[in-house]
Write a protein that binds this ligand. Structure first.
Ligand code: ADP
Ligand code: MG
Length: 273
């Protein structure tokens, strides 16, 4: 669905040049749920912006469903395929009423009112916000606002949504709501790319890509990625709390299998001992 070949990105600013992506290769399959992790400044957001042609490669190629993002004539078709959800829902919500906000994107595409209503209904239902359709977004919690922003992307019917740290500003409850929403959309067939600092969220994805200094260091299933606790720490990254605890217990002589990711798994194994 997304194919990245030897992608380099250089930002040119008044202070000089900054190499933000340095030879990225990545394939994201149709319907996949991929998490992207990496410390601040490792290039995650820059990569995300290439997925919907907000940025163009300095060198290399990005193809979205076969479309070269560097070709001007593909710009709108690429954006029809890839939606984006960012960190701060306050910056994304444009209307004073929830349902108007969700309708905003489709309205700008000139879609018929009947069809817009259908899309808004379905999008609000998908994110579990139907009961709030006539609310003012300012009355909503962070998690609810972010789900409205996601509904806006869902109403655009894009095949792919890229979530750039959508839970960074939310409380634990809001984070759970948003992650559950992303999982649900993925189960319905959406291709989801989730950039996150929360390793429990990354562990919910099918694959995890680890970035550092503009490169992808490795891509693997969460069990594989998070079993290397020491390697992740060296990169300045955490692992899910259960993986960390399991590793500490191993160091104290407990014989535990590799690849423990959740508290549930760890508890079940310890109970069986
Ligand atoms: P991340 O999302 O992983 O924190 P970014 O993609 O935002 O990383 O940034 C990667 C690198 O590019 C950083 O060194 C950052 O300072 C730099 N950078 C990001 N945006 C710009 C910009 N608009 N102009 C210049 N440098 C930028
Ligand atoms: Mg970022």
């Amino acid at each position: 669905m997304i194919s990245v070949k030897n992608l380099r990105h250089v930002y040119r600013t008044a202070n000089g040049e900054r190499l933000a992506l340095d030879g990225i290769n990545l394939e994201i399959a149709d319907g996949e749920f991929l998490a992207v992790i990496g410390t601040n400044g490792s290039g995650k957001s820059t990569l995300a912006k290439h997925f919907n042609a907000l940025l163009k490669p300095t060198a290399g190629k990005v193809y979205v469903d076969g479309l070269d993002t560097a070709a001007e004539e593909n710009l709108w078709r690429v954006r029809e395929k890839v939606g984006m959800v960012f960190q701060n829902p306050d910056n994304e919500i444009v209307a004073a009423i929830v349902e108007d906000d969700v309708a905003f994107g489709p309205e700008n595409l000139g879609i018929a009112p009947e069809e817009i209503r259908r899309r808004v209904d379905l999008a609000l239902e998908t994110v579990g916000m139907t009961g709030y359709r006539n609310f003012s977004p300012s009355k909503l919690s962070g998690g609810q606002k972010q789900r409205i922003a996601i509904a806006g992307a869902v109403a655009m019917r894009t095949k792919i949504i890229v979530f750039d740290e959508p839970t960074a500003m939310l409380d634990p409850q809001g984070r759970r709501e948003v992650l559950a929403t992303i999982k649900k959309l993925h189960a319905q067939g959406l291709t989801a790319v989730l950039i996150t600092h929360f390793m429990e969220e990354a562990a919910a994805a099918e694959r995890v890509a680890v970035m550092a200094a503009g490169k992808i260091l490795k891509v693997g299933v969460p069990r594989e990625i998070f079993s290397d606790v020491a390697g992740m720490k060296r990169l300045g990254l955490d692992v899910p709390a259960a993986a960390e605890l399991a590793e500490r217990l191993r160091r104290r002589g407990f014989k535990l299998p590799e690849g423990i990711l959740t508290a549930k798994e760890l508890a079940a194994i310890l109970k069986g001992k």
